[in-house]
Design a protein around this ligand. Sequence first.
Ligand SMILES: NC(=O)c1ccc[n+]([C@@H]2O[C@H](COP(=O)([O-])OP(=O)(O)OC[C@H]3O[C@@H](n4cnc5c(N)ncnc54)[C@H](O)[C@@H]3O)[C@@H](O)[C@H]2O)c1
Ligand SMILES: [Zn+2]
Length: 376
Amino acid sequence: MMKKHDGSKPSERTVEVEVQPHPYSVIIGAGVLDTLGPRVGRLVKGRRAFVVTDENVDPLYAEQALASLREGGFEAAVQVVPAGDATKSLETLAKLYDAVAEAGIDRTCPVIALGGGVVGDLTGFLAATWMRGVPFVQCATTVEADVDASVGGKTAVNHPLGKNMIGSFYQPVLVLIDTATLRTLSERDFRAGLAESVKHAVIRDGEFFTWHEEHADTLIACDLESLGELLERNVRIKAEIVAQDEREVTGVRALLNFGHTIGHAIETGMARRGDPWRHGEAVAVGMIAAAHMSVRAGMLDHASAERITALVGRIGLPVNAPLAAAREEMWQLMRLDKKSAAGKIRFVLAEKIGRAVLREQIEPAWIEAGLDSVLV
Ligand SMILES: NC(=O)c1ccc[n+]([C@@H]2O[C@H](COP(=O)([O-])OP(=O)(O)OC[C@H]3O[C@@H](n4cnc5c(N)ncnc54)[C@H](O)[C@@H]3O)[C@@H](O)[C@H]2O)c1
Ligand SMILES: [Zn+2]
């Protein structure tokens, strides 16, 4: 693809995330990874860069990122971590601190995540805490990271008690979303990431939900033009919510948890049974449960819940989970969820496709109805 004289690509899309005091840009397009070095070079003073990637992404894209960093005048070090959520740990982090020290990364030097949400969350927390904060750059390479994890500044590692228990809010200085990297993603990971896109549509944009129904086939075929539009619309929704409520205090950002309370319980439940699901798969089922809870609560019409189920199914995501025997465990897991406040389980429920609300007063019967709709 041709480069314009400022180093940008002709077909790229840009979304500004208006968080204070440092707004940042999200650049979306095929091949934008080639622009990493020059762009970061304009944002930071230091000329040493530290890249974290995982063992699957390393052979595919690390050289491309490094070549661009050299072009931008950087001397770059790369650290490769194992793939998978278990890498989001204090043990991995301890090794990364040793490596950034050895690479001579000081407060002026960028720390760059190259990978999916796992690498992004881990590297973000590294950048947030090394020397109390160094410039953080995200190069997202999965749909999950593109539509959700890379924007918004939530960084974390896991604790044995639960996922993402140790972390901080720390915004990047730049996010690059190279759509061409999605071509090598496994079909399972690709589809799982689309669940978060359906979520954004359900909570914020009914027309975008219809767009998903119309474009389901081209999306599944990984058509880069449709994907570009999908990613831009997702980043805009996420950016708007994050700008309104960066640290999840007013309740607006909590709407992003639609489908996640039962979803996280399913995710943990499946992992404990030795059949770990992708986060997006569990969220897909969690959204169907939340939709049926909303129907039971008298907030949503049944036809809308059916539309959500149908779209999830068309994308090739699960519409139920084999955890009927684990109902009590699901309840326990939901009580442990970080979204619980003062021991009460809070839920994001839908009023219609395109609008969701955070509800504090939840009848147990609604939760039972949600579980009934998805546990088999
Ligand atoms: N910070 C947030 O706001 C936020 C939001 C959503 C999810 N998350 C976190 O994100 C994580 C899940 O992210 P994920 O689904 O991206 O998982 P992931 O990072 O594990 O990536 C999925 C798999 O795809 C591989 N991969 C990545 N890019 C590839 C590519 N272009 N080609 C081929 N293979 C590739 C990875 O090695 C991995 O095996 C979870 O830890 C979740 O908690 C964070
Ligand atoms: Zn999620």
